[in-house]
Design a protein around this ligand. Structure first.
Ligand code: MN
Length: 216
């Protein structure tokens, strides 16, 4: 069709599955699942959850679409709260606050590639997902759809592939960051920070979004 653009190809994306409102009960992500969320904005109290993207790090991406402010996702909640499966995020603090607010899920255990990056890549202040993919994996990811309308009832294919890209590389990034954390002797500190993330997200939701309660 004239003028119809095909969605951007994404490095390493093998399949992309879309579900409405929940994942199927039988999805197997192994012991670590990469997760990202898309919302209407950055204020969890105001901006509803629209999408949850998941991947086992094998090139297969699963997207849960919440077209309305109606949340009933028992299978997803079970996965988020499963103590034997690590949930891998980039900037977990925001995602787990949103998942708590809209699904009521207490996400745990958690690994955050942004925290890991801040603890070892002390030579830079660039800790965005795009920066990490570029430097550690040599993969160029597009951030073009980042601020698009995730609340639309029909999502565009460019939005879907963008959303998939946010979970596809987290396992590989974690691998690289783990090596650096061990090299720099900061693995235990990273683990303590990850363990604190549910409390940090709770502080965000309960009225201390900016204030550092540890400061004088
Ligand atoms: Mn995202």
């Amino acid at each position: 069709m004239a003028g119809k653009k095909s969605p951007p190809k994404i490095t390493g994306l093998r399949t992309l599955e879309i579900y409405q409102n929940d994942i199927p009960p039988d999805l197997d992500f192994g012991d670590m699942v990469a997760i990202d969320t898309e919302t209407m904005g950055l204020n969890p109290h105001r901006d509803r959850l629209c999408l949850v993207q998941l991947s086992g790090g094998d090139g297969h991406c699963h997207i849960v679409h919440f077209p309305q402010k109606k949340y009933d996702a028992p299978n997803l909640i079970k996965l988020l709260e499963n103590p034997n499966i690590t949930k891998l995020f980039h900037f977990a603090r925001f995602d787990i606050a949103t998942l708590k607010k809209y699904l009521g899920a207490s996400t745990s255990p958690i690994y955050c590639t942004k925290i890991a990056s801040k603890l070892v890549r002390t030579y830079t202040d660039r800790h965005g997902l795009k920066n990490l993919c570029d430097e550690l994996l040599g993969i160029d990811i597009s951030k073009q759809q980042q601020s698009s309308d995730w609340g639309a009832s029909e999502l565009k294919s460019a939005q879907m592939t963008y959303a998939a890209g946010d979970v596809l590389y987290l396992h590989q990034l974690r691998q690289k960051l783990e090596e650096m954390l061990i090299r720099e002797g900061r693995k235990e500190l990273a683990e303590a920070c990850f363990a604190f993330l549910p409390a940090r997200a709770e502080l965000d939701l309960k009225g201390w979004p900016e204030e550092d309660i540890f400061s004088h």
